[in-house]
Design a protein around this ligand. Structure first.
Ligand code: NAD
Ligand code: MG
Length: 386
């Protein structure tokens, strides 16, 4: 495999730091040319001194001076602000952009990278939730690869290798069920952020951890899967599999099913995306069947975990509905983490925000960027009124 030059957006986060573990494991195959972070200047500096990229971006102005002076004399270019994200992904040496930003902030850099012909390794599912149709059109138009990093989508991607699109009957996205699996609404009404932040199987950023507790994460993943694999809503099912070993399943029209399995370790799908189409040998921990004598499966509880139902509804309604849902959810999760609303209040806020904004049937990218902002304003106003 020819050496691949990578831009890592969101390098200081859970996916970003694990991506750097993967780069460390393949020094002859992978090289970092761009690292970006929102505010964690100290970690960004440490990463830059180890990986010596040609450019780094820090979003927040406060961290900029610190990063700039720490990296003076290294030859690493240091930039600040949102627009810089769109510029660095276009650098000529970059082959692949790993987007590990959290939230719809990942959308514009993804668009800029695709338009410049860069392959995308996508962890930032919000990009496809907000603008899936437009993004997949751009992917086709510019002939780039869209490589999923989300473990479920990496699983489906791997199961589909060598298969024809028409042969897919349906897919099953597996869900761990999160920390509140089996609980009822009365229980959920009282849960704290500390309880919600304890995921049974995965250690992840705060936003996706809360989304996993509310099953919103699975809802976002249903929408992500629709666009990545060109499926109808009816072809996408969710099945709860608390062990998180089967990462997802494709059922073909002859009734045969393929599943992809492995330990719950994001380094596996990250490596898969960064070294695709090859499989490179690694020494990451191996799965042991005897540690998992039982696999189990359950129906997700859409009555208790309404966010998953809301995501299915938004996908069916189409237009800008998933964009509104996502923006309201980002505000809801932040408010829950700041103790401003209760756990179940998050679903109420999503519904209320969707009700307040008239639907746009065929939004352009600029429409979606505006709707994203508008939905945040509406959601924040609703919180202030409570
Ligand atoms: P995280 O919060 O740990 O890290 C987010 C990264 O993005 C950080 O480097 C942060 O500095 C940067 N960032 C935050 N806000 C930003 C903004 N407005 N603009 C630019 N950069 C910003 O999040 P994470 O858990 O690594 O998740 C990243 C993405 O990957 C999310 O979309 C998440 O849904 C997806 N994902 C994560 C996991 C996981 O195991 N963590 C698994 C599957 C998918
Ligand atoms: Mg996932």
């Amino acid at each position: 495999m020819k050496k691949r030059i990578i831009a890592i957006l969101g390098a200081t986060g859970s996916i970003g730091t694990q991506a750097l573990d993967v780069v460390r494991a393949f020094p002859d195959l992978l090289q970092v040319s761009v690292l970006t972070a929102s505010h964690n200047a100290d970690l960004l500096i440490t990463q830059a001194l180890e990986f010596l990229p040609s450019a780094v971006v820090i979003l927040q102005a406060e961290g900029y001076i610190k990063v700039k002076s720490a990296l003076a004399h290294t030859g690493i270019a240091v930039y600040c602000g949102e627009n810089a994200l769109e510029e660095v992904v276009q650098r000529p040496e970059v082959d692949v952009v790993l987007n590990a930003i959290v939230g719809s902030a990942g959308l514009r850099p993804t668009v800029a990278a695709i338009k410049q012909g860069k392959d995308i390794a996508l962890a930032n599912k919000e990009t496809l939730v907000v603008a899936g149709q437009l993004i997949m059109n751009l992917v086709k138009q510019h002939g780039v690869a869209m490589l999923p990093v989300d473990s479920e989508h990496s699983a489906i991607f791997q199961c589909l290798l060598g298969e024809e699109e028409e042969a897919i009957e349906k897919i099953y996205l597996t869900a761990s069920g999160g920390p509140f699996r089996g609980r009822d609404r009365a229980f959920l009404a009282e849960v704290t952020k500390h309880q919600a932040l304890k995921h049974p199987n995965w250690v992840m950023g705060a936003k996706i951890t809360i989304d996993s507790a509310s099953l919103m994460n699975k809802g976002l993943e249903v929408i992500e899967a629709k666009w990545l694999f060109n499926l109808s809503v009816e072809q996408i099912d969710v099945i709860v599999h608390p062990q998180s070993i089967i990462h997802s399943i494709v059922q073909f029209r002859d009734g045969s099913m393929k599943a992809q399995m492995g330990l719950p370790d994001m380094k596996l799908p990250i490596q898969n995306a960064l070294t695709y189409p090859q499989r490179q040998a690694n020494d990451f921990e191996r799965f042991n069947f005897l540690n998992y004598p039982t696999f189990s499966f359950e129906q997700p509880d859409l009555h208790t975990f309404r966010n998953l139902q809301l995501a299915y509804d938004a996908l069916r309604d189409g237009g800008d509905r998933a964009c509104v849902l996502n923006a309201a959810n980002e505000v809801a999760v932040a408010a829950f983490l700041e103790d401003k609303i209760a756990f179940l209040g998050m679903s109420d806020l999503l519904e209320a925000t969707l009700c307040q904004l008239n639907k746009i049937e065929e939004p352009s990218l600029n429409d979606l960027l505006a709707v994203d902002q508008q939905a945040r304003i509406v959601a924040r106003d609703l919180i202030d009124k409570v």
